[in-house]
Design a protein around this ligand. Structure first.
Ligand SMILES: Cc1cc2nc3c(=O)[nH]c(=O)nc-3n(C[C@H](O)[C@H](O)[C@H](O)COP(=O)(O)O)c2cc1C
Length: 228
């Protein structure tokens, strides 16, 4: 669990967020090797707690980049639904563009764009499927409307018009009335990005930003500073 933050630090970070909105560089919060947490996970949780406390609208939103087997990359926003020392978890439609690309090429990159604090976190790594029990548990925790929506949408396919979705929803609501269990469809599950590296980027004045990267090498994690 992230440690509780002091109110003064909150106020300072909120000021950084206000300044960032005006695109003014702020040098008050550097990222120093001495202040870095012992693990990427602890550092990530610390920054995410600070981003949330600074009033972030979508503190779990992240940009997920995948690539097809021909090398063409694609990117989109998804929500982080779990993080632990194995990696970063999200859920989606397995038949979607990203689902198909991950099937062909199980590697990805994530970007957490925390502009309001002049920060970003960039993850690179392999991807694995979450197990069925985890996917079932998460699907069951979603609101009724989201579960019906997951059944109704053939994510990423071209459809004639909005009516296609509305008709599918009405049909599914008739088959699965509210209050009844809706089983997780086979085409819907989750993935975990297993980081090979996690970079923490902190904006500084004059473009001399701080970039500290945890990189896995065999069984240990190295910390490296990158030029901005
Ligand atoms: C803030 C935000 C959160 C989103 N979260 C998810 C998500 O958790 N899972 C998902 O499949 N799509 C999510 N989406 C929609 C995706 O960005 C995307 O449109 C969809 O997954 C289809 O992507 P694809 O065609 O590249 O596979 C989200 C979009 C936004 C803007």
């Amino acid at each position: 669990m992230p440690s509780p933050l002091e109110p003064a630090r909150h106020a300072g970070l909120a000021r950084v967020a206000q300044k960032a909105a005006r695109m003014e560089p702020d040098d008050a919060h550097g990222l120093d090797e001495r202040d870095l947490a012992a693990s990427w996970l602890e550092q990530f949780e610390r920054w995410q707690a600070e981003f949330t406390a600074a009033g972030a609208h979508e503190p779990t939103a992240m940009v997920l980049a995948t690539a097809a087997s021909d090398g063409q990359p694609s990117a989109r926003t998804v929500l982080l639904k779990g993080v632990d020392d194995r990696g970063f978890e999200f859920f989606t439609n397995l038949d979607s563009r990203k689902g198909r690309e991950l099937e062909e090429n199980p590697r990805a990159s994530l970007v957490f764009p925390w502009y309001e604090l002049q920060r970003q976190v960039v993850v690179v790594g392999a991807v694995e499927a979450v197990d069925a029990a985890r996917a079932d548990a998460y699907f069951a925790s979603r609101p009724y409307g989201s579960r019906i929506g997951a059944l109704a949408s053939r994510q990423s396919s071209v459809i004639a018009d909005r009516g296609v979705l509305e008709r599918a929803r009405a049909e599914l609501e008739a088959v699965h009335p509210p209050g009844r269990a809706v089983a997780r469809p086979e085409h819907w599950s989750g993935f975990r990005v297993l980081p090979a590296s996690v970079e923490f980027w902190q904006g500084r004045a004059n473009r001399l930003h701080d970039r500290l990267r945890f990189r896995r090498e065999a069984d240990r994690w190295l910390v490296e500073r990158l030029s901005p």
